[in-house]
Design a binder for this molecule. Structure first.
Ligand code: ADP
Ligand code: MG
Length: 345
């Protein structure tokens, strides 16, 4: 998303936060919906440094409020910047064991598994490197070669120790950053919270979208895949799905330019630089938004050939868009899901 658009959305959302965390409104058309069609309720919040949009069809009273309460709780648990969050306590532990919430422990366990599956391309211990960069704050800060090389040995998920009774031990100097996986986990939890209680729903956490149930007319949802070269909201392809999450990682979301060089927020743990692969975006359609989130980030690091092979080996479904605009899917994708490409910008 372009920086100005993010700023406007962030401002809007913050105003909403002032009035109680998030807005909840009934769309004008909702009450006038033809009889038999599920009523639409929508809301927007700002959590996890992202605009969160929720649309529910046929939701019971109070469900929207429960969603925002859950977002608040996860923000307080998993954010690097919230005082007293699990992540902050682990990062300030100086090598001592820290007891975390069982949910945090479970995310870290899955993160370590995905680190192994991706040959280290996804590393939740990326923080010493990711904190050296500022992709969104406007300062365009980047590390010197010396700083970057000094941080490299601190990125090693094998050294993140998960013990009994939800303990986490991280060697001195190392830090964790759940930016590449937490939104997926939260999307999964919110989807589970509403499943069976609504006729249908779309949950959008930036690059993570979860669709539950059906649209009021009984058809499945259309999920757009962002055109990496186009304005935010322009789709390059559309896939139809239900009870699945579509997670996209891209090099166009959070970045700055210096001359012709694009510095984007997905870092290669091997050298600490923005991943220089042939991929502009990777989208994964999966029941686990958490797995899809971490895997999509890893795909950008490893590039098209390895990413496609990895997803196919794991039995996951994905759509890749290369930097030169070619759309590639995993084997059998279009046979499994109604999928069509649109004209690129
Ligand atoms: P977004 O969160 O913007 O949707 P991603 O899911 O791809 O995008 O996650 C990118 C975020 O993950 C970065 O902002 C950073 O916090 C973290 N990150 C960057 N590179 C890696 C990596 N190689 N492995 C794990 N996390 C990463
Ligand atoms: Mg991710």
């Amino acid at each position: 998303m372009r920086r100005w658009a993010r700023a406007v959305l962030a401002l809007l959302s913050c105003l909403m936060l002032l009035t109680g965390c998030a807005s909840q409104e009934s769309e004008p058309g909702a009450t006038a919906a033809p009889e038999g069609l599920a009523e639409r309720t929508s809301g927007v919040g700002f959590y996890f440094d992202t605009v969160v949009t929720v649309t529910l069809y046929g939701a019971p009273e109070g469900l929207m409020a429960q969603i925002w309460t859950a977002c608040e709780r996860y923000e307080n648990l998993l954010s690097k910047t919230v005082e007293g969050s699990d992540v902050q306590r682990v990062n300030a532990s100086h090598g001592e064991p820290v007891t975390v919430d069982p949910e945090t422990w479970w995310i870290l366990q899955r993160a370590k598994e995905i680190n192994r599956l991706t040959g280290g391309a996804f590393s939740v211990t990326i923080a010493p490197l990711s904190s050296q960069w500022d992709f969104t704050g406007g300062t365009n800060r980047m590390p010197t070669d010396e700083e970057r090389l000094a941080a490299l040995p601190l990125v090693d998920d094998e050294k993140l120790m998960l013990g009994e009774n939800n303990t986490v031990t991280l060697p001195e100097g190392m830090e964790i950053d759940l930016g590449g996986i937490a939104k997926g986990y939260i999307a999964d939890r919110i989807a589970a919270l509403i499943q069976g209680k609504v006729h249908g729903a779309t949950l959008s956490f930036g690059g993570n979208v979860y669709v539950v149930g059906l649209k009021p007319d009984g058809t499945v949802f259309n999920l757009g895949i962002q055109d990496p070269g186009g304005p935010t909201g322009t789709s390059i392809a559309v896939v139809q799905a239900t009870d699945l999450s579509l997670v996209t990682s891209g090099i166009y979301e959070r970045y700055f330019m210096v001359g012709d060089t694009r510095y984007h927020h997905i870092l290669d743990p091997q050298n600490g630089l923005p991943a220089d692969s042939d991929l502009a975006s990777a989208s994964i359609l999966d029941a686990s938004s958490m797995d899809a989130d971490a895997l999509a980030t890893a795909c950008i690091v490893v590039g098209l050939d390895r990413a496609k092979a990895l997803l196919e080996e794991l039995g996951r479904d994905g759509v890749f868009i290369t930097r030169d605009g070619t759309i590639v899917t995993t084997e059998g994708f279009a046979e499994k899901y109604p999928f069509r490409t649109l004209e690129a910008s």
